[in-house]
Design a protein around this ligand. Structure first.
Ligand code: SF4
Length: 409
């Protein structure tokens, strides 16, 4: 990885039209990132409680529990989600005694510092958030401006610190697993991206580090908060999974309007379990049956992710098999093709563009709708989990203060 980047160099790095417009905002926001103190891993404090992620109704009840009037709960809600106070001591609208009582009882807001931010020439910014126990999670902000000038800002959030599933192509899987991310730690990722870009997040994808279905309660709690408290539409959110037995049915029972994206990466069980070791315990036909049931239960079509690995799963015959599979179980579907992003320590290669186009054309010829994910910030550290691995090989590794600076991707 290249060394830390000065503000002037950061400004030079932005070349896309939209990125230029963002320059000054991002520069201002990242200027504060260069002086974090050294950190040492800590155990989580079990008795700490976090306000972030709570609904207005929960906050009103909390205020009543502290002998306050219910409207103090509404004030708490505004302080968390509108004013965005980061510490209880910043709750200047609240009586000093109430603030003190909250602190004494172990309550905290639940906001964490940004440990590192890296910026790509296309405007994508990846951040490492340093959690309460000094573990690091990755979050990515992806700005997109379409031809008509409308702007989307997508936050790609992590649901676990690392991941236990160890998919063979994934940097996060290679970096080990530490723990689930808690509700407030998901919400704060979105808020951090909004504050960095000085723009509201329009879309959220649970496609960062970790398998969301292994942390479904926190994911659903955070989803509620993002929808109701930060006003991000359910349809603007996507929950991604590589497949965990019995969880798709559980998710269906919540009848969310969000998209479920299932990562297939192979058109048959044999190849799939070579690429995704956890697929051995969740056969492809059972997974596809669950996707079909999900649609019947929610009325929402499942979309499918497919990472193209050169010479492994990117042949025209693979595309034919994939289309047949999707027609059989789902009556057609949408497939998002993701040309592999090279990662350290992997023998997989990125397919040539003509191979990607041939794969996409084969699916389309068989009436499957296809999109090819544009690779953002490919320069370095762009694959999921790769930046975190550069800084924290072990989930408990000590992180030196000198690394708390802004670098280019
Ligand atoms: S691809 Fe997703 S599920 Fe697989 S190891 Fe990576 S983070 Fe985990």
């Amino acid at each position: 990885m290249a060394g830390p980047l000065s503000m002037a160099a950061l400004q030079q790095a932005y070349s896309a039209p939209f990125a230029r417009a963002l320059r000054s905002r991002v520069s201002m926001a990242t200027a504060a990132l260069t002086s974090l103190p050294g950190v040492t891993a800590q155990p989580l404090k079990p008795d700490t409680r976090f306000l972030l992620g709570m609904s207005e109704s929960e906050l009103r009840h909390l205020a009543l529990d502290f002998g306050q009037q219910s409207y103090r709960g509404k004030q708490l809600h505004d302080l968390l989600y509108k004013t965005r106070a980061k510490e209880i001591q910043d709750f200047s609208h609240l009586p000093q005694a109430f603030r003190e009582e909250l602190r004494q009882a172990g309550w905290r807001v639940g906001r964490s510092p940004i440990h590192r931010a890296v910026a790509a020439a296309d405007g994508t910014i990846k951040i490492l958030i340093r959690l309460e126990d000094n573990r690091l999670i990755e979050t990515v902000g992806i700005p997109v401006e379409d031809d008509k000038g409308s702007f989307r800002l997508t936050a790609c959030v992590s649901s676990q610190v690392g991941c236990p599933l160890r998919c063979s192509f994934c940097a996060t899987g290679k970096g080990g697993y530490s723990r689930n991310v808690r509700r407030h730690e998901i919400v704060e990722q979105v808020m951090a991206i909004e504050e960095l870009f000085q723009h509201r997040v329009t879309n959220v994808v649970f496609m960062g580090m970790g398998e969301p279905m292994l942390n479904l309660k926190s994911v659903l709690d955070a989803h509620r908060c993002l929808n109701k408290d930060l006003n991000i539409g359910q349809r603007m959110m996507t929950i991604s999974t590589v497949g965990v037995p019995n969880t798709i049915k559980m998710l269906a029972s919540h009848k969310l309007q969000s998209t479920l994206a299932v990562s297939l990466h192979a058109p048959n069980q044999n190849l799939r379990q070579q690429i995704i070791p956890s697929a051995k315990s969740y056969p492809l036909d059972v997974l596809m049956h669950d996707c079909k049931e999900y649609f019947l239960e929610t009325g929402r079509r499942v979309s499918f992710e497919y990472t193209l690995l050169a010479g492994v799963n990117d042949g025209v015959d693979d595309a034919v098999q994939l289309a047949e599979l999707l027609h059989y179980y789902c009556g057609g579907s949408h497939v998002n093709l993701i040309p592999f992003n090279p990662i350290n320590g992997s023998d997989y290669r990125r397919p040539y563009k003509k191979t990607v186009l041939a794969f996409a054309a084969t699916l389309e010829s068989m009436k499957i709708t296809v999109s090819v994910r544009q690779t953002r910030g490919l320069d370095a550290s762009a694959a999921c989990g790769q930046l975190r691995n550069d800084f924290q090989k072990s989930p408990f590794l000590e992180v030196p203060a000198a690394e708390s600076q802004l670098s280019p991707l």
